[in-house]
Every structure is written in C-alpha cells, then in structure tokens.
Design a protein around this ligand. Structure first.
Ligand SMILES: [Zn+2]
Length: 292
C-alpha cells in the first residue's frame, strides 16, 4: 500500500524523470563553461505571462526559474545573479527555444505615419545575431598615459544593486526625485540586451562596468629615482562613476564606447519587420515583454 509519503516521493521521482536536464549549452562569455537545463514548465511560463507588464517582477521570476532549471556541468552552485547579463539572457533564450519553440508571433505597430497599422509578425528566433565573448578576456581602457580604467561587463547582481541605489536616491533627494525616477525607469524599461538608445542609459551602463580607476605615477625625473606605485581607486559608488564619465571629453568618452562595442557579446534582438499593408520596413527591437 502506498501512503501519502510514498505518493509524494513517487510524484517527485516521476517529475524528475519527465523533466531531466536534457539540454546543454555553453556560456557566450566563456564557451568552456557548459550548462545543462530543462525547459520551462507550464506553471513557470504562466507565471511569466501573468507579470509580463511589470518588468521588475518578471526579472525576479526569471531568476527563480534559472535557479530551478539550470545547473553547471562541472558542479558548483548555480547562482543566476552572478551571471553576466548577456549570459543570463543567452540561457533564457535557449530555454525559450526549447520550451515554446523557435518562432514567435508578436505584434508591432507600423511606424509609417501614413499607415500606423498593427502588424502581426512571425519571427524566427534562431535568426538573431549571436556574438561570442572575447576569449582573451576584457582588458582595460587606456584613457591617457596616466589614467587607465579597469572594465568588466555587467552582472545581474550589479543591476539589482543599481535598482536598490536608484530607490534610495529617490527617497533621499526629494528635489531631484523626478529626474532620478526617470533615470531608474529608463534603465529598467530598456532590456539590458538592448544596446543603448539614449545617452543616460549608455552612461549608466558604462558606469556599472567600471571596476576601478588606475592612476599611474609621473615618470621619475631621473633613472635613479625609485618609481612610485600606481594609485588604484576602488570602491567607487555609482554616483562617482557617473560623475567621472560625465567629466570626460568626447574623445575619451568614445574610447569607453569603443571598448564596449568591440567587446560586447550576446544575443542581438534587433529584427527587420515589414508591414504587410504598406510594405514599410523597420528595425524593431524585441524586449522581454514580447519574448516569452
Ligand atoms: Zn504599414
């Protein structure tokens, strides 16, 4: 006879047998790192769709799903908040393909002002451009002979921290509330995979990527003088980093931008969509809201 305890055990076993970690992938930032995952369950997909208009809730749900459905092949804790944003999205992208298929039916509004009709587009999700990370790692940016920036890509936990920071700032400075509110919102309503549309978004993103600022000493006056060590500025707040970037001249700011463009990896969610009524073609960017 099976008692309730046995029933639960058998149910768990059956669930595990039906949902093995059957798919594998490699991180975009480092192809040597292999992960295994199971497709999303009906309940998980339902949860996403229920909150689809609230991006912050959706991101939290996605973290939970990643935690439950993914593991590292070499073992060790799988913590989705430690993933680079681009790797995190790459895993979700793979899960989406295996859970809901490779096509996406989505609605766009035709941007031809004379037309403006809603367009239903069937998008082949496997046709997006995928860029792998640089195998040589992410070097630093030499702004001048004496100023070097140590850079890294943004991880999910940086974004969570940024959200907390913008919330605190909202509460602290009542006067600037509207501005800060707007900055925080802009940052979050834009998918991190969507490359900057506005200057504020790009600035916030680059600021999060600065790990430290290194100041090199002046070259010694004579070869007998012992060279001074580098000064390293770590523990910079997001405010400090933004302030620093805002003070750069255009040439130096472009070096930061170039570093980002040259090293970026991830799934580009840009897609050309044609309006079936007026044949107007426009590049659309998918966001999380219409991805699942
Ligand atoms: Zn049209």
């Amino acid at each position: 006879m099976t008692n309730q305890r046995n029933v639960n055990e058998i149910l768990d076993k059956a669930t595990d047998l039906l949902n093995p970690y059957e798919f594998k992938g490699n991180l975009l930032s480092n192809p040597e790192v292999v992960f295994s995952f199971k497709p999303m369950s009906v309940v998980q997909l339902k949860k996403i769709l229920m909150h689809i208009n609230d991006e912050r809730s959706v991101e939290k749900i996605l973290d939970e799903i990643l935690q439950e459905n993914v593991k590292w092949d070499l073992g060790g804790d799988f913590d989705p908040t430690c993933l680079y944003s681009e790797d995190r999205f790459w895993i979700l992208y793979n899960m989406r393909l295996k859970s809901r298929g490779e096509t996406l039916e989505t609605t766009f509004k035709c941007r031809n002002p004379k037309c403006g009709q809603p367009t239903v587009a069937n998008i082949d999700l496997t046709s997006f451009k995928i860029t792998s990370g640089s195998p040589k790692g992410y070097d630093s940016i030499q702004l001048s002979d004496r100023v070097v920036l140590d850079m890294d890509f943004v991880r999910r936990k940086d974004i969570i921290e940024f959200a907390a920071w913008s919330k605190v700032r909202e509460e602290v400075s009542e006067d600037d509330q509207e501005v800060d509110d707007q900055k925080g919102k802009e940052f979050f309503t834009e998918n991190v995979n969507e490359i900057g549309k506005g200057i504020d978004y790009a600035l916030g993103l680059y600021a999060l990527m600065i790990q430290k600022i290194i100041l090199k000493p002046e070259s010694p006056e004579s070869s007998n003088t012992e060279p001074k060590p580098n000064e390293e500025i770590t523990n910079l707040t997001i405010d400090d980093k933004i302030k620093f970037l805002e003070r750069l001249n255009e040439i130096d700011y472009n070096k930061v931008k170039e570093w980002y463009d040259n090293n970026w990896f991830g799934v580009s969610l840009k897609k050309k969509v044609m309006c079936p009524i007026c044949q107007h073609e426009e590049e659309e960017v998918l966001n999380l809201g219409n991805f699942f």
